[in-house]
Design a protein around this ligand. Structure first.
Ligand code: GLU
Length: 303
C-alpha cells in the first residue's frame, strides 16, 4: 500500500465514454492501483451548457462495466463554488487578477479544458487598463502571468520548459458569465484532493505550465504529470474524448466483453505485451511498480 499515490480521472459529463476516455481512465487507475494508491473520480461539470443530463450516471456505469472503481465519493465541480471563490480571492489579494472585456468568443473557451490547438495566446489588451472603466460586457477575470519559465519533467513525454508571458499569456480564471475556468478549478481540486499524479491525455499538455504556476501561487505542491498519448484508430484518426468515436456503450451493445476492451487498451498503453483479454485488476497486478513512463508508453499505438 502506498496511500500517498493518488490519481484522478476527471471526465466532463458531456456525453458517453469513448475509447479515448476509457484509455486515460485506465491509465490513471493503473498508476494508482499498481502502487497500492488511491484512484479518484471527478466530474468537471462547470460549463452547464455543455453538460448532458444523465451523462454522469452513464459514465459511472460504463467505468464500472470496465472494472474501474474509485475511492471515496466522486467530486463534482458544480458543488465546489466556495473553494474556487476562495482561490480567486487569494489571487486577487496578490494583485494578480484583472477584468477583461475582450471578445466573447475568446473568453467562452475558458471554462472547459483547452485541447490541443484550441488556444490562442492573449495579447494582454486589458492588462494595464483601468479596472474600474465602463465595461463593454460583463468582464472575464484573467491572471497576470510573470515573465518566468516553468519547467517540469513529464513522465511520459519528457522535459518541458515554457515562458509564461511569451508562450502562455494571461489566462482566464473566471468567465464573464461567472463560470470558473477549467484552469482554476482543476488546480484547486487537484490540490484539495491531494492528487500526487495527474495522468491524462496528451492533448492537455499545454495547460500544464499554467497549472503548475497557479498551484505554486496558491501554496500547493504541484503534482507529477503523465500525459499519455491518445489512442489512435487503425486508420490514424485520433480517438479523443471530443472526437466522435467508438463509445463504450456501442462496444457493450455489440456484446464485446470488458476484458477484450481492457486488454486492447492496456496493450496500447504499453502495460501488457499482447492484447489478450484481461481485467483491469490483472493489468495493475501484472505491471511493474512505478508510473507509466516514457519507456513503457507506446506512442501512436493503434489499439
Ligand atoms: N475534464 C477534462 C476533459 O474532459 C480533463 C481535465 C484533466 O484531466 O485535467 O478533457
Amino acid at each position: 500500500m502506498n496511500l500517498s499515490v493518488r490519481t484522478r480521472f476527471a471526465p466532463s459529463p458531456t456525453g458517453d465514454l469513448h475509447l479515448g476516455g476509457a484509455w486515460t481512465a485506465l491509465a490513471s487507475w493503473v498508476v494508482a492501483r499498481r502502487q497500492g494508491g488511491l484512484s479518484l473520480l471527478r466530474f468537471e461539470d462547470l460549463d452547464a451548457a455543455r453538460c448532458v443530463p444523465g451523462s454522469r450516471e452513464r459514465l459511472e456505469d460504463d467505468l464500472s462495466w470496465l472494472g474501474l472503481d474509485w475511492d471515496g465519493t466522486p467530486v463534482v465541480q458544480s458543488e465546489r463554488g466556495a473553494l474556487y471563490d476562495e482561490a480567486l480571492a487569494r489571487l486577487a489579494g496578490l494583485g494578480l487578477v484583472y477584468p477583461c472585456d475582450c471578445s466573447r468568443a475568446e473568453i467562452a473557451r475558458a471554462a472547459s479544458a483547452p485541447h490541443e490547438g484550441e488556444e490562442a495566446i492573449y495579447g494582454g489588451l486589458c492588462r494595464d487598463r483601468d479596472p474600474t472603466r465602463p465595461m463593454k460586457r460583463p468582464p472575464a477575470l484573467r491572471v497576470r502571468v510573470p515573465d518566468d519559465v516553468v519547467s517540469y519533467d513529464d513522465e511520459a513525454l519528457g522535459p518541458f520548459a515554457h515562458n509564461l508571458a511569451r508562450e502562455v499569456g494571461d489566462f482566464v480564471v473566471r468567465r464573464g458569465d461567472g463560470v470558473y475556468a477549467y484552469q482554476l478549478a482543476v488546480v484547486v481540486d487537484d490540490a484539495a484532493m491531494a492528487i500526487s499524479h495527474v495522468v491524462r491525455g496528451a492533448d492537455l499538455v499545454a495547460s500544464t505550465p499554467r497549472q503548475i504556476w497557479l498551484a505554486r501561487i496558491l501554496g500547493a505542491a504541484p503534482p507529477r504529470y503523465t500525459h499519455v498519448p491518445l489512442v489512435v484508430a487503425p486508420d490514424g484518426t485520433r480517438l479523443e474524448k471530443r472526437t466522435p468515436g467508438v463509445t463504450i456503450r456501442a462496444l457493450r451493445a455489440a456484446d464485446l466483453p470488458a476484458t477484450t476492451v481492457i486488454g486492447a487498451l492496456a496493450h496500447g498503453l504499453g502495460l501488457r505485451p499482447t492484447a489478450a483479454p484481461s481485467t483491469a485488476v490483472e493489468v495493475a497486478e501484472a505491471t511493474a511498480t512505478g508510473p507509466i513512463d516514457r519507456k513503457s508508453t507506446r506512442l501512436n499505438s493503434s489499439h
